[in-house]
Design a protein. Structure first.
Length: 352
């Protein structure tokens, strides 16, 4: 994993990071390069980044993959480095979660690509910090810093959980979400169209004993709907620790925790066995850019995880050209519906 432009900007300011440093939501392996000059820790919300940092030699004892920073790993940091997230509300969450672990007098560093909206985040930093200002800019990126001058309240995770009731495709669901999770706090239109199609589908007669996989589970809406519709246990997969936690909370809120298996995985690589049904509203962005590689790897791999006659359902923005990938993996596909800027596709595993 090569270093992205925000990390390259950090690299040219590397002398500023000494003592005990926590990287919140790192985007690549840059934190590992500082091990020779600082005591570096990483709080990863991405499983892919967590595994990359382990691969390049960062000790797993200095890393944590989870929805909150684990205080038992380390605390009392001199510096906290945050990469500007796509969701502005997630920046507030990261600041609230990490500031209690920063020493009084310690600094927060915020770095991001100009297109990420980092410029407007300076005002958000001023809500939490003193001496906020621009430290450097290069490669179409900005680096801000601010200093913690007073004690702050302990982080209260429960205050950041959004819970609501949702009627969708014949089911009433209680949903939970956390900042940074796809579709946070609302029903995604594509997901709604997908579930409406699934409500019309004739599942196998013994579906309650089937294996179902929700790839890219988000807040768990697809997983929970499938469980309530079929009575089957559900495997819910995501690269995001925040999404996995939201799905866990969603199932708990519906007294369905026993029906859920969570899989933290970068793509399908940590998935075991085959499934009768795979359902997905797959991610198509890396940062701010459309990225077909995520879906392409998924379609290449999903054939190995479908039973004979196993079915794949995909919803996507209708401008995304997923058809050729599905045909290459499963010989052919059909488009079930196209409306409101989305399309739902279906394919089936046939005997080779």
């Amino acid at each position: 994993m090569s270093h992205n432009p925000p990390s390259l900007l950090l690299e040219r300011n590397q002398e500023a990071f000494t003592g005990k440093v926590l990287f919140a939501n790192p985007e690549d392996s840059y934190p590992q390069t500082l091990l020779s000059q600082a005591e570096v820790f990483g709080w990863c919300q991405s499983r892919a980044v967590y595994e990359e940092l382990c691969r390049v030699g960062m000790p797993d004892t200095q890393l944590h993959f989870g929805a909150q920073w684990d205080n038992s790993v380390a605390s009392e940091f001199d510096d906290i480095v945050i990469y500007q997230p796509k969701a502005k509300e997630l920046l507030d969450y990261l600041l609230a979660a990490t500031l209690p672990h920063l020493k009084t007098g310690g600094q927060v560093w915020l770095v991001g690509d100009n297109k990420s909206g980092v410029k407007s985040s300076m005002k958000r930093l001023e809500t939490y910090l003193d001496e906020v200002g621009k430290h450097d800019s290069a490669k179409h990126c900005l680096l801000f810093s601010g200093r913690k001058q007073a004690e702050c309240a302990p982080f209260d995770f429960a205050k950041w959980v959004t819970t609501w009731e949702q009627d969708i495709a014949g089911q009433r669901l209680t949903l939970c979400s956390i900042p940074g999770v796809f579709g946070h706090g609302k029903l995604d239109r594509g997901t709604a169209i997908l579930l409406e199609q699934l409500a019309e589908h004739r599942f196998m007669a013994d579906v309650k004993n089937a294996r179902l996989l929700d790839f890219g589970c988000g807040d768990g809406i697809i997983s929970l709907w499938l469980h309530q519709q079929t009575g089957a246990n559900i495997s819910a997969l995501d690269d995001s620790a925040l999404a996995l936690k939201a799905t866990e909370l969603t199932f708990a809120a519906n007294d369905a925790s026993d029906a859920l298996t969570l899989i933290a995985s970068n793509g399908l690589k940590d998935v075991k066995g085959r499934f009768n049904y795979v359902v997905t509203n797959p991610p198509f962005h890396t940062g701010m850019n459309t990225d077909y590689s995520i879906a392409e790897r998924f379609f290449i791999g999903v054939k190995q995880h479908l039973t004979l006659n196993g079915e794949l359902f995909v919803v996507a923005n209708d401008f995304l050209r997923y058809g050729p990938y599905m045909d290459a993996a499963l010989s052919k596909h059909s488009q079930l519906v196209r409306k409101n800027g989305f399309a739902v596709y279906h394919a089936r595993q046939k005997r080779s």
